[in-house]
Design a binder for this molecule. Structure first.
Ligand code: SAM
Ligand code: SF4
Length: 460
């Protein structure tokens, strides 16, 4: 990427919303995002594309000429949300508005969206975002229906302008798409094959982010550690982590999501050696049963996964571990579910997300007999979450008395109450008098713990 510009939301608010300082075209856009962090960051880039064309950003669809929904189809509930949003614009309600559907539902449903919601003008999947400026140009010159649904196999989505929403942490996609083939997952279908960005371009953007005031970077990818530098430099993922952490001005580097198969000792060694690489790994297991893992095509057994956990727990620096788990995968028996529960005891996760299996279009698991009833999936999820809550509470309570550096990113409505994140990705709430601490690094001693956050006192 040549020279690019980053715009933070709070810096450029004009009468109708956020503008990039480009000559205004007098029109405004609204974008709502569903789903994962990668979608959130894609929306930041889409907003950049629109700002560079003279649109201004507004925070209400009613005030917008262009309304975009950046959608998620990972589970059925998420996919349904966009159709309920689109329902608000039935013909005649807002004929002058341009409505666009982006992201995974766009890729999955394609032209069908025009059938279900004829008032939609643009449908574009994330693997075609490079074409967005062209698609917008076609709409601006009067086309009523445009589509971008190719799964580009070479290109990544790079923009001249990115409008970053989070003033304290900058997200940066280093690998798009996914080449794994988990049988329950729509991502390989909706986001296309893996494409990594060249390391020099990533490092250049990190330097620009520092110039813009960021000290914390989060590297993103569906399988971030499957990164393969396409340039002659052939930087390995762990080297890239080190390279980003060593950019002058960078204090924290995060990365998500790691796939267990590509999680190698070099990543742990990099975290041990370089304090700026945050001591947190998100390493989804999905199930504790080797049979279910094979049916999911996760490419590792329970034992191989637990070896990765042991590798991380042996590190010289404590590293927190979080996970994703699916309950009620087709054919999951009670005893296989109990294997997942027993894995929670062994893995001792510091946090995570858990879901009921949701059959998705175009995935092999859609055609497997969905043997677990909705009610039983709900029961398993509740049991699992209760157990994980107890694990987290115990792990958090063990931190009482320790002091952590936090980057302050929130302020409570109560006076002098602040929230920050530790390097190990825990939320730490604390009291401190005085001026705004937002964006600052401060030391906080933990006094109390709950399952999802810590409470402490500022020490410096
Ligand atoms: N790429 C990451 C990985 O491999 O772990 C995360 C992909 S996905 C955006 C986030 C999580 O959604 C997955 O880890 C999985 O637990 C969950 N998920 C994906 N497909 C699902 C499905 N069909 N039903 C329920 N949960 C699902
Ligand atoms: Fe989906 Fe599996 Fe790829 Fe993650 S690794 S995005 S779960 S296919």
């Amino acid at each position: 990427m040549g020279s690019s510009i980053d715009i933070r939301l709070e810096t450029l608010t004009g009468p109708r919303g956020v503008s990039a300082g480009w000559p205004s075209n007098g029109k405004a856009f609204f974008i709502e995002t569903f789903g994962c962090q990668m979608n959130v960051h894609d929306s930041e880039k889409v907003a950049g594309v629109l700002l560079a064309r003279g649109y201004q950003q507004v925070d209400q669809p009613d005030a917008a000429d262009v309304v975009f929904y950046n959608t998620c189809s990972i589970r059925e509930k998420a996919a349904q949300k966009v159709f309920s949003r689109l329902g608000k614009f039935r013909p005649g309600h807002a004929p002058e508005k341009i409505i666009g559907v982006l992201g995974c539902v766009a890729q999955q449903e394609g032209e069908e969206i025009f059938e279900r919601a004829p008032w939609v003008s643009l449908v574009c999947g994330s693997a075609s975002y490079r074409k967005l400026p062209d698609l917008l140009a076609q709409i601006e010159s009067g086309s009523r229906r445009v589509m971008g649904l190719d799964l580009d196999v070479e290109e990544t989505f790079e923009t001249e302008v990115t409008r970053r929403d989070n003033p304290f942490r900058a997200y940066l996609t280093i690998i798009e798409g996914c080449d794994k083939a988990c049988t329950y997952c729509v991502v390989p279908f909706t986001r296309g094959p893996e494409r990594s960005r060249a390391s020099a371009s990533i490092l250049e953007e990190v330097r620009q982010l520092v110039d813009f005031g960021y000290s914390e970077i989060q590297l993103l990818g569906q399988t971030v550690n499957s990164y393969r530098d396409p340039s002659a430099r052939r930087m390995a993922f762990a080297e890239l982590l080190a390279g980003v952490a060593q950019v002058r001005g960078i204090r924290r580097v995060r990365f998500t999501t790691s796939h267990p198969r590509d999680f190698h000792p070099e990543i742990v060694q990099a975290i041990e050696a370089i304090p700026a690489i945050c001591n947190h790994v998100h390493l989804p297991v999905q199930s504790g049963s080797t049979r279910v893992l094979a049916a999911m095509k996760r490419t590792y057994t329970r034992e191989q996964y637990l070896e990765k956990i042991a590798l991380i727990r042996r590190a010289k620096r404590p590293i927190s571990i979080t996970s994703d788990i699916i309950v009620g995968f087709p054919g999951e028996t009670e005893s296989e579910f109990e294997e997942t529960l027993s894995l929670l005891d062994l893995a001792q996760y510091d946090g995570g997300f858990s879901f009921k299996f949701s059959p998705r279009p175009n995935t092999p698991a859609q055609h497997m007999a969905d043997s677990v009833s909705e009610e039983e999936k709900g029961r398993r999820l509740a049991v699992l979450q209760e157990k994980q809550r107890a694990v987290q509470l115990a792990r958090n309570e063990a931190l009482a008395g320790q002091t952590f550096e936090v980057l302050v990113d929130g302020r409570s409505s109560r006076a002098e109450q602040w929230a920050g994140r530790t390097s190990c990705n825990r939320v730490l709430n604390f009291t401190s008098p005085g001026a705004s601490l937002l964006g600052q690094y401060v030391q906080v001693k933990v006094s109390r713990a709950g399952p999802n956050s810590l409470v402490g006192e500022r020490t410096s």
